[in-house]
Design a protein around this ligand. Structure first.
Ligand SMILES: Cc1cc2nc3c(=O)[nH]c(=O)nc-3n(C[C@H](O)[C@H](O)[C@H](O)COP(=O)(O)OP(=O)(O)OC[C@H]3O[C@@H](n4cnc5c(N)ncnc54)[C@H](O)[C@@H]3O)c2cc1C
Ligand SMILES: *[C@@H]1O[C@H](CO)[C@@H](O)[C@H](O)[C@H]1NC(C)=O
Ligand SMILES: *[C@@H]1O[C@H](CO)[C@@H](O)[C@H](O)[C@H]1NC(C)=O
Ligand SMILES: *[C@@H]1O[C@H](CO)[C@@H](O)[C@H](O)[C@H]1NC(C)=O
Ligand SMILES: *[C@@H]1O[C@H](CO)[C@@H](O)[C@H](O)[C@H]1NC(C)=O
Ligand SMILES: *[C@@H]1O[C@H](CO)[C@@H](O)[C@H](O)[C@H]1NC(C)=O
Ligand SMILES: *[C@@H]1O[C@H](CO)[C@@H](O)[C@H](O)[C@H]1NC(C)=O
Ligand SMILES: *[C@@H]1O[C@H](CO)[C@@H](O)[C@H](O)[C@H]1NC(C)=O
Ligand SMILES: *[C@@H]1O[C@H](CO)[C@@H](O)[C@H](O)[C@H]1NC(C)=O
Ligand SMILES: *[C@@H]1O[C@H](CO)[C@@H](O)[C@H](O)[C@H]1NC(C)=O
Ligand SMILES: *[C@@H]1O[C@H](CO)[C@@H](O)[C@H](O)[C@H]1NC(C)=O
Ligand SMILES: *[C@@H]1O[C@H](CO)[C@@H](O)[C@H](O)[C@H]1NC(C)=O
Length: 529
């Protein structure tokens, strides 16, 4: 009875206070911007509002449980709009959710349990490439595809080591690290950031010099929506040869996939830094007899020509049976399309597309592996993939090593360096929308994660913050989590020393804990200087 009354009354009171808060907030924005806010605000009265919200929701699972909608969607055209949004949000007790590419696995850039505005940086995406200095300024709303395109437009010998998903935003991606096909040669994206413009909780614009090295350290991997709004990054471009080689060789269980995957785990120290070879494992129908089987796709980027690649693979991994005709030579920029699964021959313009992708239910998790996983455990993973309803599960094994081992784990907040062989990304996608289906799928992936415990890193069991996973723990809604609560997920993402340093930086730069979400670094009083 009580629960029922609560259910009836709650929405009305929420609607009323939400309207007042929105009006106050907009009033404040008007006064700060001499009334010229119509070009960058979207309220529920604008038809753009619902269209934007629809486009945002790439992971339908996120909306299945949380229902608050943003009071206003702000699309700043210049830094001043961000500054005034921060000032007015703070004044009226409204939360900010910063959105760049909108790919957060848990939707934290567009949902919140407290009244909030979305700060959508989509219109801040200029990219200025400086060839002479081998660097570029990239505004936070740019996508990886746009970054790759703008570099390649100027030079076929320069590139940037970031992720494979072309519509991923640099605002979130670099804030959480940024792993990609060139990690073994150049480290992750955040390792290659040399300056930044950030707008802090007071609404001040800071660059590397004025923010200081502690804050500059923290924003390169400490996770988004914690220290301020990153408006732009300055990145260091890296050299690539004019011709690179790619392949994507698939093997089913009948073609020895288990042995191949097992053997692959021993190659991390054998391969040169120019070679990355990752594996995607999924359940497929065998083309021979239509029976279900497990398929491992060995997907590779080599920074060189095929004649140099073949002897390396033949020496260290002859079991794969790689032949010259499996390999394709292409420009580095074309390889970015290849890894995104875009058909050969497509125009490079697809790199600039940011259309919303297929709306689907999704859950992801991650692990880092430090000892090769025994064959019988691999076979047990395959058995789980056979479970009737786990039709669209995919495991991605990403090789580490090379340059990743040479960079200190304290260099930036991203700590997954020497000692790790590879990363596992668990992904489960589905279309069925009932709560029963959602629960079933969540149970499946959580059970797989539990099953993996003996085979992956422990104390702490580490995870990648860009594959955000709220199962690992969350801040409380009031934003006053204790150290003991936050370190449960914090140690997993950053390990002990980096987490402690992130706590210290947070205490110095955001005393009101204004920038926060379910997994932002908490503000803890006694750490403030
Ligand atoms: C299809 C797909 C492919 C992917 N491929 C890769 C890959 O190859 N390698 C890899 O490492 N990861 C990959 N990811 C994960 C991706 O790196 C993270 O989801 C990343 O955080 C997304 O950034 P975003 O800007 O697109 O997302 P958003 O949802 O906009 O942002 C993510 C988080 O950062 C915050 N944030 C966003 N912009 C800013 C800003 N300007 N200032 C401060 N905080 C900000 C947000 O509030 C949110 O908490 C992929 C994800 C998807 C969905
Ligand atoms: C939203 O509507 C207001 C008036 O209600 C208008 O001034 C503003 O330009 C609209 N915003 C957009 C982005 O169309
Ligand atoms: C939306 O429109 C209604 C009716 O015209 C108006 O009362 C309300 O103030 C508007 N809200 C905003 C946020 O503009
Ligand atoms: C939403 O996506 C559709 C399809 O790409 C696009 O046409 C539309 O303009 C988008 N809406 C907004 C408000 O950006
Ligand atoms: C982006 O670049 C264009 C052209 O150089 C410039 O006119 C515009 O002001 C820039 N926008 C921002 C937000 O910096
Ligand atoms: C680029 O390099 C040149 C020459 O090395 C230097 O004079 C200039 O200041 C640099 N510009 C920037 C923006 O760093
Ligand atoms: C399968 O792999 C194992 C170990 O790598 C190897 O000994 C065996 O010959 C392979 N079998 C086939 C059929 O390729
Ligand atoms: C595999 O086969 C089953 C049964 O024949 C079919 O329902 C399913 O769609 C097929 N899956 C794929 C990926 O082809
Ligand atoms: C499918 O696999 C089963 C055993 O796993 C086998 O008996 C059957 O012959 C296979 N089907 C076909 C069409 O080959
Ligand atoms: C590799 O091949 C598999 C199986 O055909 C396919 O699903 C996957 O998209 C391919 N990957 C790339 C990068 O081409
Ligand atoms: C890259 O792709 C474009 C468009 O498909 C094609 O015309 C061009 O020949 C390719 N170049 C290289 C070097 O791979
Ligand atoms: C957090 O704040 C809430 C509300 O003010 C309070 O009830 C709760 O005890 C606080 N928790 C901690 C750990 O301080």
């Amino acid at each position: 009875m009580f629960a029922c009354m609560f259910f009836l009354l709650f929405p009305f009171s929420l609607v009323n206070s939400a309207k007042d808060t929105r009006d106050d907030f907009l009033q404040c924005l008007h006064s700060q911007n001499s009334n010229s806010i119509s070009s960058f605000i979207n309220t529920p009265n604008n038809s753009s509002y619902s269209s934007l919200l629809q486009n945002y929701t790439q992971n339908l699972r996120v909306k299945a449980t949380k229902t608050l909608e943003p009071l206003v969607i702000i699309k700043p055209k210049k830094a001043f709009h961000i500054q005034t949004t921060i000032i007015c949000s703070k004044k009226h007790g409204v939360q900010i959710r910063i959105r760049s590419g909108g790919h957060d696995y848990e939707g934290l850039s567009y949902v919140s349990p407290l009244p909030f505005v979305v700060l959508d940086l989509i219109d801040l995406r200029n990219i200025t490439v400086d060839l002479a200095n081998k660097s570029a300024w990239v505004q936070a709303g740019a996508s990886l595809g746009e970054v790759y395109y703008r570099i390649a437009e100027k030079s076929s010998k320069l590139a940037f080591p970031a992720g494979v998903g072309l519509t991923v935003g640099v605002g979130g991606h670099f804030s959480g690290g940024g792993e990609g096909m060139m990690m073994r040669k150049y480290g992750i994206a955040a390792d290659n950031i040399i300056d930044a413009k950030i707008i802090n909780a007071e609404g001040k614009i800071l660059d590397r010099e004025s923010m200081g090295e502690d804050l500059f350290w923290a924003i390169r991997g400490g996770g988004g929506n914690t220290f301020g709004v990153v408006a732009a990054w300055k990145i260091n471009l890296v050299d690539v040869p004019p011709v690179v080689t790619v392949f994507n060789v698939t093997r089913t269980l009948e073609q020895n996939a288990t042995n191949l995957v097992h053997r692959w785990q021993y190659l991390v120290d054998k391969f040169p830094e120019d070679l990355a070879l990752r594996i995607f494992v999924r359940r497929v129908n065998s083309s021979q007899d239509g029976n279900t089987t497990i398929q491992a796709a060995f997907t590779s980027l080599f920074l060189g020509r095929v004649d140099r690649l073949l002897p390396i693979v033949q020496e260290h991994f002859p079991e794969l049976g790689l032949t010259k005709k499996d390999c394709i030579e292409m420009s580095w920029i074309n390889s970015t399309l290849y890894f995104a699964g875009i058909p050969n021959g497509a125009s490079l313009d697809v790199l600039l597309k940011r259309d919303p992708q297929g709306r689907i239910f999704f859950k992801g998790k991650s692990d880092y592996v430090q000892e090769p996983i025994p064959k019988n455990a691999l076979e047990n993973i395959w058995k789980r993939l056979y479970k009737m309803d786990a039709k669209m599960a995919e495991l991605q094994f990403t090789i580490l090593g090379g340059k990743m081992n040479e960079i200190s784990e304290f260099s930036i907040p991203f700590p997954h360096r020497a000692g790790n062989l590879f990363q596992i990304h668990y992904a489960l996608l589905w279309h069925e929308e009932s709560i029963k289906e959602i629960n079933w799928h969540m149970k499946w992936i959580r059970e797989l994660y539990d099953f993996m415990a003996p085979y992956v890193s422990n104390h702490p069991r580490t995870a990648y913050v860009n594959y955000r996973d709220l199962d690992l723990g969350t801040n409380n809604i009031n934003g006053n989590s204790t150290y003991q609560e936050a370190c449960i997920w914090g140690f997993k993402y950053f390990k002990v020393n980096n987490f402690n340093r992130l706590i210290q930086v947070k205490a110095t730069v955001d005393r009101d804990n204004f920038f926060r979400n379910e997994q932002s670094i908490p503000y803890l009083d006694h750490y403030a200087g």
